[in-house]
Design a protein around this ligand. Sequence first.
Ligand SMILES: C[S@@+](CC[C@H](N)C(=O)[O-])C[C@H]1O[C@@H](n2cnc3c(N)ncnc32)[C@H](O)[C@@H]1O
Length: 273
Amino acid sequence: MQKPPSNAYHDFTEYLQQKSGITLGSEKEYLVNSRLKHIMFENGIVKLDDLLKQLKLNSNLCSRVIDAMTTNETLWFRDSHPFEILKNRIIPELLKANKHSTIRIWSAACSTGQEPFSISMAFDEYKNKHPNFNLNFNTFATDLSSKVLESAKKGIYHELAIERGLSKSAKQKYFTEMDDGYWKINTEMMKNVKFESINLKDNLSRAGQFEVIFCRNVLIYFTNELKREILVKLHKQLKPGGYLFIGAGESMLDLSDYFELIHFKPGIVYKKK
Ligand SMILES: C[S@@+](CC[C@H](N)C(=O)[O-])C[C@H]1O[C@@H](n2cnc3c(N)ncnc32)[C@H](O)[C@@H]1O
C-alpha cells in the first residue's frame, strides 16, 4: 500500500502551486525529494519543513527550487504541424491582409529555446521559397524558469539535443560547431528573438499584443481553473483574428466564446473570436 503524503509535502505542493501554478498529485512525493535533494544538500537542509521556512526568506533559493520543479522537455519543430500551419497558412494570410509590417509571435513557455528558434527557421524556410517576402517578425520568448532562459539566451546545444527534431541539413545551415560536441545557433536565427521571464500566473498585459501565440505543453501542469484563466488572458493578448497553438495533447476546455477551432491539415489551431 502507498504511504500517505507527509504534511511537509502537502505544504510544499501548496507553495509550488501558488508560485508557479504547477500542481502535483499526492503520489509525487518521491519526485519532489529527488528533484530537491541536491539543493537541500548544498544548503545544509535536511527536512522539507526546513526548506519551506528558508524559501520564505531567500528569493534565490526560491528561484532554484522553482527551476528544479519545472519540466523543461522540448525539441525542435515539436509536433511539426504548428510550424507547417505557420508557413503554409498564417504567413500567407497575414501577407494577403497587407497591413502588417512586423508580425509579433509569443512563445509563452519557451524552455531552452527550441520553440522560438524553430519559429525563426520556419520564417527563414518561407523566405527562401518566396524571395519577395517583405514581412518582419519578432518572437517574444518567455518562461518562468530562469535557468532555461539563461541557457536559451546562449543558443548553445549539445549535438544530442540538436538531433532531436532537426534534420542534418538544418543543423549545418543554422548552427556553427564548437568544441566537445556543442553547436551554437547562428546570429541570424537569434536576432529576432527576445527572451524574458514571465510567469503565466501573472498579469500578462505587459507582454503586448501578438498575431500568433504558442503556449504549448505547459497548461498540462495546471488545474483546469488556472488553465482557463490563462487561456482567457492569452485571448486578450491576441490581436483580432490572431492564432493560438496549444500542445498536441492539451485541450481547450469550453472556451468556444473566445476561440474558434480551425482544422488546417495536418493539425489544429485556435483563432481569436
Ligand atoms: C515542457 S516545457 C514546454 C516547452 C515548449 N513550449 C515545447 O512545447 O516544447 C514547459 C515549460 O513551461 C515552463 N513553465 C512552467 N510553469 C510556468 C509558468 N507558470 N509560467 C511560465 N512558464 C512556465 C517550464 O519552465 C518549462 O520550460
